[in-house]
Each structure stands twice: as structure tokens, then as C-alpha cells.
Design a protein around this ligand. Structure first.
Ligand code: AMP
Length: 249
């Protein structure tokens, strides 16, 4: 069984986000970029399926600028066998990424596609769902457990207030939640080996997909600064301040 994983290069989750002076977006100049954390979980799951003998090939795909190659090399060092880079300098919206992934899925014919539940840069949480719809496949989103059998899978989903367990036919699209696994660090020998693994580059044009944005970002703002708190002496003072200062009661 082939497994395809989608990995996005995003601003590292530890970096403090700075908004561009003109409010036109997030300032990425000289910022540390990394693989989207939910995509690390996707690669880890695919690597484990391969180690368990349930998968025989893992293909990592990324859409993005030249530097997305580094993200693919990380996926290769974590256990993917080969990579496909869809090279573009344009901002890509979830529908565009889903359409590009659809083309690659139709060519590669994996039985399972694993994506992150969301990319932490724009928190869209749309690509996996759109890809499943374009392919006409079943989908298991926000999974915290996945078991693959011959022609089916059992997936546990994290939903409000509990867990939902689904049985699905293969092929399917799955998106990862935080509790699915703990991704490994790529070891130095594996980073070295990853440099020799195949990495193919293509473009949206070659795949015949128009990725012209359909959305326009009007403005990006920093969240309002929090004012310092105060410790009140007693309930009477609290009520007084809520009434007369905050004006909320
Ligand atoms: P989103 O719908 O943007 O929140 O992204 C959900 C998931 O789709 C991510 O965790 C990735 O697995 C995948 N994805 C989104 N954008 C890209 C991209 N440019 N390249 C590869 N995978 C992507």
C-alpha cells in the first residue's frame, strides 16, 4: 500500500509572530520556518505504518517555494521514501493545494493520504476535507488513532466532548490531531541518507492547476495588548469595579 503525506513549511511554532508594518500580512523575513507540527504527526504515522508492514511506500508532497525542499528533506529523514515538490512562489489557498494534491494522488494512486488537521500559519483546516471531496473518497478528520486492515480502516476522531470511532473503506483521506502519535526527531544518519532519496519537482502549470487566489487579505492585525490585572480586596470591591469601571454588569 502506498501512503501519501502532505507537508507544509510554516513559521516555526516557537517564533513570535510579527505583523508587517503595512498590515498586509505576517512578516516572514529572516523568520525560522519548520514543518507544520500536525504534518510531522502525519509523516510519523506513515513511517509507523511502513515499519509495521502495513505500507510499502511513503511519498511526501509539499507545495511552496524553493525552501519547501528542506521540509521535504525532513520528511525523508523521518521515514518517507520519496518526495514531490510542487514549486510555486505564490501564496496557495487550501482549494488550490487540494487541487494540486488531487492531481498527484490520481497519478500515484495511494490507498491512504494523511494531512495535518490544520496548518498553523492560517489555521484554515480545509485542505484535507476539500481533497476528500475532490477525490470522492471517505475522510476521517482529527484522528487520534488509526488502524489499517486489508480494505478498510478504523479511525478514532477527537470530537467535542469525546471520541468518535469510524470504520471506513480504503482509499481514504485522514487528517491528524495532536494525540495520534509523538513524532520522532530525524537522526543525523537519516538526515544524511535523506539527501540521496528521490525528490521530484513539478509546478502547478505542469499539473494543469490554476492556483490564482480567490480570496483577498484585507488586513492583518496584532491581537490587542492585554492590560495588567488587579487584585481586589473583597467581593464588594469586585462588584463595584465590574459595575463602575468595566461597565459589564
Ligand atoms: P489547512 O487546510 O491550510 O489548515 O492545511 C491542512 C493540511 O493540509 C496541512 O496540515 C498540510 O498537511 C496540508 N497542506 C496545506 N497547505 C499545504 C502546502 N502548501 N503543501 C503541502 N501540504 C499542505
Amino acid at each position: 500500500m502506498k501512503v501519501l503525506v502532505a507537508v507544509k513549511r510554516v513559521l516555526d511554532f516557537n517564533v513570535r509572530v510579527r505583523v508587517k508594518a503595512d498590515g498586509g500580512g505576517v512578516d516572514l523575513a529572516n523568520a525560522k520556518m519548520s514543518m507544520n507540527p500536525f504534518d510531522e504527526i502525519a509523516v510519523e504515522e506513515a513511517a509507523r505504518l511502513k515499519e509495521a508492514g502495513a505500507a510499502d511506500e511513503v511519498i511526501a508532497v509539499s507545495v511552496g517555494p524553493k525552501a519547501a525542499e528542506q521540509t521535504l528533506r525532513t520528511a525523508l529523514a523521518m521515514g518517507a521514501d520519496r518526495a514531490v515538490h510542487v514549486l510555486t512562489d505564490q501564496d496557495t489557498e487550501p482549494l488550490a493545494v487540494a487541487r494540486l494534491l488531487e492531481k498527484i494522488v490520481r497519478r500515484e494512486e495511494p490507498r491512504l493520504v494523511i494531512l495535518g488537521k490544520q496548518a498553523i500559519d492560517d489555521d484554515s483546516n480545509q485542505t484535507g476535507q476539500m481533497l476528500a471531496a475532490l477525490l470522492g473518497w471517505g475522510q476521517a478528520t482529527f484522528i487520534s488513532r488509526l488502524t489499517i486492515e486489508a480494505d478498510a480502516a478504523t479511525a478514532t476522531r477527537e470530537i467535542d466532548g469525546g471520541l468518535e470511532t469510524l470504520r471506513l473503506k480504503l482509499p481514504l483521506v485522514a487528517t491528524t490531531d495532536l494525540r495520534l502519535n509523538e513524532p520522532r526527531y530525524a537522526s543525523l544518519p537519516n538526515i544524511m541518507k535523506a539527501k540521496k532519496k528521490p525528490l521530484e519537482t513539478t509546478t502547478p502549470g505542469e499539473l494543469g492547476v490554476d492556483i490564482t487566489p480567490r480570496l483577498e487579505v484585507l488586513k492583518v492585525e496584532e491581537p490587542p495588548q492585554r492590560k495588567g490585572g488587579v487584585i481586589v480586596a473583597d467581593v464588594a470591591e469586585l462588584v463595584d469595579r465590574l459595575k463602575n469601571e468595566a461597565g459589564v454588569i
